[in-house]
Design a binder for this molecule. Sequence first.
Ligand code: G3I
Length: 346
Amino acid sequence: AIFKEAYAEQFYVGAALNLEQIWERNPVASKVVEQHFSSVVAENCMKSMFMQPREGEFYFKDADQFVAYGEKHNMHIVGHTLIWHSQAPRWFFSDKEGKDVSRDVLIERMRNHIHTIVSRYKGRIDGWDVVNEAILDNGEYRKSKFYEIIGEDFIPLAFQFAHEADPEAELYYNDYSTAIPAKRAGIVRLAKKLQEAGIKIDGLGMQEHHGLTHASLEETEKTINDFADLGVKVMVTEMDISVLPHARRHVGAELTDTAAYNKSLDPYRENLPEDKMSELGRRYVDFFKLYLKHQDKISRVTLWGVGDADSWKNDWPIEGRTDYPLLFDRNYEPKPFFKDLIDLAK
Ligand code: G3I
């Protein structure tokens, strides 16, 4: 059974691609992508530090190949991400002496970065994660360099620049932990501000990096409803479900007790214990049931990777974990619950 066919009437099902997959160096992974997914997003290669490592020096090779790959397979193509405090090159914010640039200079750099990239793929990329992770869990603006130097206007400006460069492309705001009530409210406030200012925003992305016990389904449902009430598309943009013990219970903010945390990972090193596989399956089914219940609001559900070996969760919050957060295992075989997800859509 084919994932994208089962969900064809409901929403796009997507996967984030790493460089191996973008360049088709792993035929087994490519086959899974082409068979099962109707949408793709680049996991890393369109971030600013890769696309413009030095001022005015753009690197397009990987992004070009990514877009060509999506087109070749008739996929819904998402660009990730134009403005993000993380994985931004240091030069973006500094002058030759290493001091912060002025507000005007940073706005100009944003304009140039966004115009150059978005216009290159005009008409070919269906939607852009224009701004990523600008709101904190308490609902306030993240005190990033963009915020410190420009103020909250950096967000409407980013959307405005993207719209100028490709008026047809959909424009999204994307963030994690959107089920936290204060954060959800902050994102709703932000989206309303953009709408009231006449700025085009087409969708809100819920990243959905979950664990076996977080986030709560009830709170997630509230977020879907609150976002949809704004009249925008709601998207699940980066889904995965970590099965490993939650790091924060073991590791302090300064990663003090890594030994104890590492030990707690031992039962998972060789393979995923059967009871955990069942738990993972139930979690995926629960979330997909929720997404299906709101299929009139949700336009896409994207997994943050294809097979378990590709997942960022193996290296975060500390390196050398063996996690099992995706739908396909390390051999790109579908997990036992994959067929349940397909049956749900019927
Ligand atoms: O490209 C270099 C490579 O040259 C080097 O040899 C290698 C050694 O560490 O690092 C490579 O860069 C890594 C990059 O992924 C590409 O593999 C970075 O160290 C690593 O930090 C980076 O991690 C990515 C992370 O974003 C960066 O913050 C993850 O793969 C990617 O999955 C993750 O994705 C983010 C979304 O963009 C936004 N939402 C959260 C999500 C998960 O953190």
